[in-house]
Each structure stands twice: as structure tokens, then as C-alpha cells.
Design a protein around this ligand. Structure first.
Ligand SMILES: Cc1ncc(COP(=O)(O)O)c(C=O)c1O
Ligand SMILES: [Zn+2]
Length: 401
């Protein structure tokens, strides 16, 4: 029998997408499948089919897929050389169908929702989640509700709107909107799949499984993930936990969650050795995609990190854009400021000597800079000016350094 489990009070609940928090502890529930003998199906192409035994699905409906997953694990040789670092890999989630890791979770949610006969889905978001949910909702042909925080970025609203969801701009507190969405969903028959939804978290596990196989079944020593609500890192830890449970691995990676300093409630709680995350009053960060002052997965993430081993740290605001630029210039990968926080975090730990010379490191690059560059000004890139006649001279004058 499958169930939703509260890891705080150990109580199990029925699997129900309309009840995803423990009524007693108010913490997010996690999915547990009780099948004991699990294996991977490497002869399959779609990652959800490869991992099927580890997921809450009986089958994969290809008509709902947008080609998510199977993302490359790229060795960052130029960064390694530049900073004299050990083996550094990037799991490039920015090439998912809507350019962020959210598609991993949404893909699973849509499979589940359609198999349960659900006809309306929704989400609360200001960014990547809105675009991903709207796209998959369109693909499935179901009504999709996107509740956006007042003041959300135009760039994101425009992209989300192209998929034609019902988009509602809501004034008021974001944390409150998140909580209210569930009761609104129950009343109006809309499955709100927010950042710590148990099925979404199951989808995030696939990234960790893929990484493990791309490393020839070796466990990375460190794995870096940017953190906002906590859902993504919860999924990554849960995947390694299941690999251990089923005898594929003996030890965990050291999990490093990174928040942007201007909005780092979970990192602050972790550093203060406390257990319960307090919401922060004012979030002010360049990393807009990870700006959640009241993270619903904070407490459960802290508990999982303490059990499995790891750290939650924060990245100084003034280093985030520089790291974003470095990765683009050195490796040709343009990420959002939210994702650049992990490069900042990694370099800080490396500088402090916390990362051994033989370590194997994985950075999970969560979102593409192509859709949210983080630039507030027009452009700060240098553009040379030329007429057709002086173009040859200008090209010749460019030094080849
Ligand atoms: C690009 C990017 N990275 C990381 C995160 C953090 O994920 P989570 O909220 O699951 O912790 C988000 C969340 O929106 C995001 O958009
Ligand atoms: Zn509970």
C-alpha cells in the first residue's frame, strides 16, 4: 500500500493530492510507495519509465510529456582550471522544456493528475513554476490556474500568458496566498501543485537518479542545490535515501543547500542550530526566483539535512551576478541568478579548504538566464559599433587573448 507520510509525527495518510500537509504538524507530507523490490529499467528512453519502480506511477503517458529530463552532466573543466578545483560537474536542468528544473516536478504531477481524472490544476508562483505549470497544463488540455504575487516580473508574466492559463494577480502576503490556495483548491476542485507538493517532489528525485547513473553509479562527494521553498532539495535527498534503502549506495553525498543572503531564512536557522524556521520580514535579493521569506519546506528540509548530512548556507548578494557571468564566460552556460548562488557557495567552501582535492562535486543548475537574466538595466554587455566599411578594420583590431 502506498501512503503520504509525515516524518514529524510518523503518521501515514491516504494518498490524496488535495491533502498534502499533516493536519497535526502542518508540515508537508512525503509519498511512500511500499513496493520492496525495485529496479531501474535502463532499456527505456523516458526517464520516468527508467525510474518507474521508484515513482508513484503505474505507467507513463507519453502524450503528456514535453521531453523533460535526460539532461546532460557536464564536466566544468574551465572552471576547474581557473580556480584549481577538483572534479566539478554541472547537471544542466536549464535545458528542460520550459528552461528550468520545475518541469521535472510538473511532468510527474501532470501524469498523476490525469491518471486520477483531475481536470483542473493550479499553482502559486512568481516565476519558473508558473511557466512550467502553464505549459504542462496546456499540453494536457486541462484548465490551469496561476496565482501570481502582485508585482511579479513582466518577462515571466508574458511567457506564462502565452500558454493561456487563468492568471490572477493577487495583492497580499505571499505566504498567506500559498496556504489559502489549498482551501480554495478543495472548494473549487483545483489541484494546487505548489513547491512542496509530494508528487512534485517525487519528480525531482529523477534528477538525482540520473546524476547517479551518469557518474557510473558513484555517489558525488558534494551536491549543491539552490533553495527557496525547499522542495527541490527535499526530492534530491529523498532519492539518495531510497538508493541507500535499496542497496544501490552505502553513503550519502554531502548535501549543500544555498540561499541568497537577502532571503535566507532556512540558512539562518541552520547556522543558528535551530529546528524551526522563522519567516523573515523583508526579502531583498537579486535572485528573485528563490525569494521566499516563508518557506513551507524549511522545517522538513532541516530535518532531512541533519539526518543525511549536509549544510544550508547563504551566498552574499554582491557575488551572485559575478558567478553567473563567470559560468557563462568560462563554460558557455547562462544561468539565472538563483542558480548562480550555488557557484558562489561552492567557491566559498573550496576557498575555505572544506572540499578535498579528490572530491567529486555536482552543481545542479536549476534555471536558464535566457528567461530571467537578473539584469535590471538595459544591457551592460560591451557592443562595438561599426558601419559595413569599417567592419573589417574593427574585426582585425580585436586581440586574440
Ligand atoms: C531557478 C530556481 N532555482 C531554485 C529554486 C528553488 O526551488 P525550491 O523552491 O524547490 O527550493 C527555484 C524555485 O522557484 C527556482 O526557480
Ligand atoms: Zn505530522
Amino acid at each position: 500500500m502506498e501512503a503520504f507520510e509525515c516524518i514529524f509525527c510518523q503518521k501515514n495518510y491516504p494518498v490524496d493530492p488535495f491533502h498534502t500537509f499533516c493536519p497535526k504538524c502542518q508540515e508537508p507530507l512525503l509519498y511512500i510507495g511500499l513496493q520492496t523490490d525495485k529496479k531501474f529499467y535502463h532499456n527505456k528512453d523516458h526517464p520516468l519509465e527508467v525510474m518507474l519502480d521508484f515513482l508513484p506511477l503505474d505507467r507513463v503517458n507519453h502524450d503528456l510529456s514535453l521531453g523533460e529530463g535526460n539532461t546532460p552532466l557536464i564536466r566544468l573543466k574551465n572552471v576547474e582550471k581557473n580556480f584549481r578545483l577538483p572534479a566539478l560537474y554541472a547537471k544542466n536542468e536549464t535545458i528542460n522544456p520550459t528552461l528550468s528544473f520545475k518541469d521535472r516536478g510538473t511532468a510527474l504531477v501532470i501524469q498523476k493528475a490525469i491518471s486520477l481524472g483531475i481536470e483542473r490544476i493550479g499553482t502559486v508562483s512568481t516565476g519558473n513554476m508558473a511557466i512550467s505549470t502553464a505549459a504542462y497544463g496546456a499540453r494536457a488540455g486541462i484548465k490551469t490556474f496561476v496565482l501570481v504575487k502582485d508585482g511579479a516580473h513582466r518577462e515571466i508574466l508574458n511567457s506564462t500568458g502565452r500558454y493561456n492559463p487563468v492568471m490572477i494577480n493577487v495583492k497580499g502576503d505571499y505566504g498567506e496566498l500559498f496556504r489559502r490556495s489549498f482551501s480554495l483548491g478543495k472548494k473549487n476542485n483545483i489541484y494546487f501543485t505548489n513547491s512542496v507538493d509530494p508528487f512534485r517532489i517525487e519528480g525531482y528525485k529523477v534528477t538525482a537518479f540520473e546524476t547517479f547513473f551518469q557518474l557510473d553509479q558513484r555517489v558525488p562527494d558534494f551536491i549543491f542545490v539552490p533553495v527557496s521553498s525547499g522542495g527541490h532539495l527535499i526530492g534530491i535527498i529523498k532519492a539518495f535515501h531510497e538508493l541507500k534503502q535499496h542497496g544501490f549506495i552505502k553513503k550519502y553525498p554531502h548535501f549543500v543547500g544555498v540561499q541568497a543572503e537577502g532571503c535566507s531564512p532556512i540558512a539562518r536557522t541552520f547556522q543558528a542550530k535551530k529546528l524551526s524556521v522563522e519567516r523573515i520580514k523583508k526579502a531583498e535579493t537579486i535572485a528573485k526566483a528563490i525569494s521566499n521569506p516563508d518557506p513551507p519546506g524549511g522545517n522538513i528540509l532541516l530535518r532531512m539535512i541533519r539526518r543525511a548530512g549536509g549544510t544550508i548556507m547563504s551566498a552574499p548578494e554582491d557575488k551572485i551576478l559575478e558567478a553567473q557571468r563567470k559560468l557563462a564566460e568560462l563554460e558557455g552556460i547562462f544561468i539565472q541568478p538563483a542558480s548562480a548562488t550555488i557557484l558562489v557557495g561552492f567557491l566559498e567552501l573550496a576557498e575555505k579548504g572544506k572540499i578535498g582535492p579528490k572530491s567529486r562535486i555536482v552543481l545542479i543548475l536549476t534555471g536558464s538566464g535566457m528567461k530571467a537574466s537578473g539584469k535590471t538595466k538595459q544591457s551592460d554587455s560591451q557592443v562595438l559599433q561599426a558601419s559595413l566599411s569599417d567592419l573589417p578594420g574593427i574585426i582585425k583590431s580585436v586581440k586574440s587573448d
